[in-house]
Design a protein around this ligand. Structure first.
Ligand code: ZN
Length: 712
């Protein structure tokens, strides 16, 4: 599929009008518009890749109009860029740098910052000087997959000449920075002069092994040239580029079975990570598109994937190559346990080999650059698992998704490149220089890890008042959230309050079959699990002596069995993650957190069905603490009482306070602390337990103080 021309004069005008009312100039407004168009096409731009600029005027401190370059600032994504995403840099100041013969990266960054009109603006792109030195008003730069399929060939230069004629300048590979800016500016001038001789002008530049620039006097002209050159490249390819991210493919039954390997894999990766001072909770993103399967079916797969990245800045996300695992073989003469054991052994060996190779690559290159670099962790970020697909590995779902996106773009480039010749990207020296370039690492940011980052947390009854509060609070501390509820809408409303990678699953937790499917979905989406918050519940009222069996059973199903099923499914995943772990300090463990109730300790009249089930749940919590403690699986509970929620709604509060002859406020704060207890208080108790690493078999009371419900 070729890249679509999405330009609309009407939309462009609308944006100009909208921003003019906010004092944004027409130049910057239209720059923002076309930058977003480029950013919305994954075949052109992905996650912080690509950059755009416009040469215009802006006011300095004295109110003088001075020429500036509005250039993409680091930390902004083209897809969602706003006007401040293109900070203004004094153009004259940048142009003067062209007189220099040499300029180190640090000096370049400093010079760019010195010329910012707003000293608080983000750092201008590392390609800012290149934009400054090309004398066109609008400049666009992308890492188009179709262009890269052409620009990563042994004969890239002659191929580009053949396809694009004198429409473009062709610039051999140089790492981004001052030298590339100079070489591109010189290359531009030579190609432009040559084109002028034929009465023409060039439209862009192909940077071998790197990407494409286009330019024009208007944003529209530059954008249209980008689309036209990219489509020209795509037309030449025997295998067209198709990169549709965000489309979830349906797995076939054998792929679904192979998803069950993911928690085992997560465990292996986590244990290796500990060896390098990293945390062991990694999050996986699994993809199985047609293109991924096409790659996996290649005869020369192993050699093919070792060739390198499609454009150098991908290295910071996917390292220089993915890890290829053996497929899982189920044999008729061995048990599943034996088969999995065999697969884990081979997986461990493959990961070790990957780490060894990475260390050799680092040592060799670090020697070349005079031992000036500090090694990053050598763990793979992209994994190919035959029989399933591609797996992105990250410290959060967000980063594993980005890596998987980059991986898919790399696969598209590689396969399309192979369709016309040989995929031959930048060599490992140049890849290393980019991977260990301080300016590239800055793109990843130095975000402080949140306390629960990397922790995969499932909450049942997540659509209710307490469940949704728990989901939000755990998400705020960086956890990945799966909200389970029998009511789809309420679960979906809950995840709107959480980080964007949270998922909602509709499930009747009293059905062991539905729960099993829900947990399989969790495995597929996150690769494993760290914390179960078993929260779903409901209270049926009636005297126990005359109670229908069916009501008691219904209460047992929801208030006891659903917790039992959820805990069983969770422990199965925890055990898979810790399969055959040899030493205790390598265990990932896991957590079971149950919403019990004060009814378990302090039964109330007419609440037998509820209290009896909750007493059994209390026993279940203790049982897990006893049986799973040695596997570092912790089991704890929260006893809450009198919380405004689905279980205690406004009508019930009115009725109960009336029958006691007290006000609603008195009823709600009828405890030792004389204060109403809220869903937030319950949620904080769950959070505390989640963080209390040395507590298991514990019960926390959240009821404002009630002597008869005290744990004794
Ligand atoms: Zn670039």
């Amino acid at each position: 599929m070729s890249s679509l021309d999405k330009w609309s004069d009407t939309e462009a005008q609308e944006i100009i009008t909208k921003y003019l009312s906010n004092n944004v100039s027409e130049d910057l407004a239209i720059r923002t518009y076309s930058a977003r168009l480029l950013g919305s096409d994954p075949e052109l731009v992905l996650h912080g890749g690509g950059n755009t600029s416009v040469k215009s005027k802006s006011n300095d401190l004295y109110g003088n109009d001075i020429p500036v370059l509005f250039i993409k600032g680091s930390g902004w994504d083209l897809e969602t860029i706003e006007p401040p995403g293109h900070p203004a840099v004094n153009l004259q100041g940048l142009m003067e740098l062209r007189k220099l013969k040499k300029l180190s990266d640090e000096e370049m960054v400093a010079a760019q910052r010195r010329n910012l009109l707003n000293p608080n603006a983000p750092n201008p792109s590392v390609e800012a000087l290149l934009h400054a030195f090309i004398p066109h008003k609008f400049i666009d730069h992308t890492h188009s997959a179709a262009i890269l399929a052409i620009a990563n060939q042994p004969n890239s230069i002659s191929l580009c000449e053949k396809i694009f004629g004198d429409r473009v300048a062709i610039i051999p590979y140089i790492m981004p920075g001052f030298d590339l800016a100079l070489s591109a500016a010189n290359g531009y001038e030579i190609a432009e002069k040559k084109a002028n001789l034929n009465g023409k002008s060039i439209e862009g530049m192909i940077l071998i092994n790197h990407g494409i620039f286009t330019f024009g006097e208007t944003a529209k002209e530059s954008y249209k040239r980008m689309i036209s050159l990219v489509n020209e490249a795509d037309k030449y390819l025997s295998r067209s580029v198709t990169l549709q991210l965000k489309v979830k493919e349906k797995l076939n039954s054998s792929q679904k079975r192979n998803c069950l390997l993911l928690p085992y894999l997560r465990g292996v990766l986590g244990r290796k990570a500990l060896d390098f001072g990293e945390t062991n909770n990694w999050v996986l993103e699994t993809r199985a598109t047609k293109s991924i399967l096409e790659l996996l079916s290649k005869n020369n797969l192993k050699e093919l994937i070792s060739r390198g990245v499609a454009t150098p800045d991908h290295v910071i996300r996917m390292k220089s190559c993915p890890l290829l695992l053996d497929s899982f073989q189920q044999s008729s003469e061995m048990t599943f346990e034996e088969d999995i054991s065999k697969w884990i052994t081979s997986t461990n060996q493959k990961v070790d080999k990957y780490i060894d190779n990475y260390q050799n690559y680092f040592d060799e290159n670090n020697k070349r650059v005079g031992y000036t670099k500090k090694q990053l962790d050598p763990l793979p970020r992209l994994i190919l698992l035959p029989g399933l697909g591609l797996i992105g590995v990250g410290k959060s779902k967000g980063s594993s998704k980005i890596t998987a996106d980059i991986g898919e773009a790399w696969i598209e480039t590689l396969l399309s490149a192979e369709s016309i010749g040989k995929f031959e990207p930048v060599n490992s020296f140049d890849t290393f220089d980019l991977e260990y370039w301080s300016l590239e690492q800055a793109k990843l940011g130095k975000k402080k890890q949140s306390r629960l980052s990397g922790q995969v947390v499932v909450i049942t009854g997540a659509g209710g008042t307490i469940g949704s509060q728990i989901a939000k609070d755990f998400s705020d501390l960086g956890a990945e959230i799966i909200a389970i509820d029998i009511d789809k809408n309420s679960a979906q409303n809950t995840i709107k309050e959480c980080n964007s990678n949270a998922i909602a699953i509709q499930c009747d937790v009293t059905s062991s079959e539905e729960l099993e499917n829900a947990f399989n979905e969790i495995i597929y989406n996150f690769g494993g699990l760290d914390i179960l918050i078993s929260n779903a519940g409901s209270a049926w009222q009636g005297e126990i002596s005359s109670m229908q069996d069916s009501m008691l059973r219904k209460s047992m199903e929801l208030n006891f069995f659903s917790h039992h099923y959820a805990a069983q499914n969770s422990v199965e995943i925890f055990r898979a993650q810790d399969f055959q772990v040899s030493s205790d300090d390598k265990l990932m463990g896991g957590q079971l957190l149950f919403n019990i109730s004060k009814q378990a300790l302090n039964p109330g009249k007419g609440f037998g069905a509820y209290g009896i089930a909750k007493s059994a749940l209390l026993a279940l919590m203790k049982q897990y603490a006893i049986e799973e403690g040695s596997r570092k699986i912790r089991s704890n509970g929260v006893n809450a009482d009198r919380i405004r929620s689905g279980l205690l709604n406004q009508d019930m509060i009115v009725e109960r306070s009336k029958s006691r002859g007290i006000t609603q406020e008195e009823y709600m704060s009828g405890n030792l602390l004389r204060t109403e207890v809220t869903a937030k208080d319950v949620s904080e108790a769950f959070l505390s337990l989640a963080l209390m690493k040395k507590t298991t078999g514990g019960l926390i009371t959240v009821d404002g103080g009630n002597a008869s419900a005290m744990v004794r």
